[in-house]
Design a protein around this ligand. Structure first.
Ligand code: NAD
Length: 275
């Protein structure tokens, strides 16, 4: 269904690494308009969002006024959408506020607990408001997860390694947790122990996420976002790996999510559900 008016988009976390990419992508999408750009970093206050993003002047100054911006988005003829790439400590409250204003959240920020996501799902359902929470917007990661689910039918042993830049606030990554969850949904327990293990150094074996699946987190400058799912069986190793080399890879997924969320009346989790 083609909308008569462009979708008004507010970007929360506009001056961040992901926020800047979103500003550029929204500015280049003919069916969207950048209504607002929010960031609490005082160094970018009142600066033009387009100039901060490196795509030329957009005449949208960055503000730290979150609720007034939501109120403005709620007044638009076409349903407003809030894209959030901020921080795990504030994302829950921001998404709840957006839903209360009838503004559709598209959430890329990771690190919310299962309970928080469940509460937001109930809140969105009651408000009949669409909300998308997407722990990874890249199509390559969705394909990796689908391949991992297939492989899990034939392998009983699997471990996940996720590698990210060292400014990432949460560990393990939301994507790695989601991958473990998808494998656990296959209804079996992985990695039956063959010996009694003793960790000489706490955390050496990573942490157990779901159904015996261990996740190991690496943080280093020079990395962006990477994930390996390693299956093992007698005489063979099957490795799936996804590497992000540029944050632009997330933007087709973000634009798709902005379009789709205006059609939803409840919370949906995961890019694979809207492809
Ligand atoms: N879903 C995905 O595909 C995907 C991809 C990459 C990153 N992420 C996640 O997105 C989030 C942001 O990542 P980033 O690399 O852009 O981080 P970043 O630190 O570069 O940017 C975050 C921005 O948000 C701002 N901010 C933080 N809290 C705020 C608040 N309460 N109100 C307004 N502004 C606030 C900061 O000032 C900063 O400019 C992280 O949780 C990261 O894990 C998700």
């Amino acid at each position: 269904m083609t909308n008569q008016y462009p979708i008004p988009v507010v970007v929360n976390g506009a001056a961040g690494k992901m926020g800047r990419e979103v500003i550029k992508a929204v500015a280049g999408a003919s069916d969207m308009t950048l209504l607002g750009a929010i960031d609490h970093n005082p160094e970018v206050l009142d600066k033009d969002a387009g100039e901060i993003a490196g795509c030329g002047t957009l005449e949208v100054p960055i503000t730290n006024q979150f609720e007034p911006m939501l109120a403005m988005a709620a007044q638009e003829r076409q349903l407003g959408v809030m894209v959030d790439f901020t921080h795990p400590s504030t994302v829950y409250d921001s998404v709840r506020s957006a839903i209360a204003y009838g503004v559709r959240p598209v959430v890329g920020t990771t690190g919310m607990s299962t309970q928080q996501i469940q509460e937001l799902a109930e809140f969105a359902e009651k408000a009949s408001t669409g909300c998308l929470i997407i722990p990874n917007f890249s199509i390559g990661m969705v394909l990796l997860q689908q391949a991992a689910v297939q492989a899990s039918k034939y392998f009983d042993h699997v471990e996940i390694i996720e590698l990210h830049h060292n400014q990432k606030a949460d560990a393990p990554s939301g994507t790695a947790v989601q991958t473990a969850k998808l494998l656990a949904e296959m209804g079996k327990t992985f990695n039956p122990p063959l010996v009694k293990e003793e960790e000489k150094l706490a955390g050496a074996r990573g942490s157990v996420a779901e159904e015996g699946i261990r996740i190991h987190s690496v943080r280093l400058p020079g990395l962006i976002a990477h994930q390996e799912v390693i299956f093992g069986a007698a005489g063979q190793i099957y490795t799936l790996r996804h590497d992000t080399s540029d944050r632009a890879c997330y933007m087709p997924g973000v634009l798709l999510a902005i379009r789709q969320v205006t059609q939803l009346k409840s919370l949906v989790y995961g890019l694979e559900k809207i492809l």
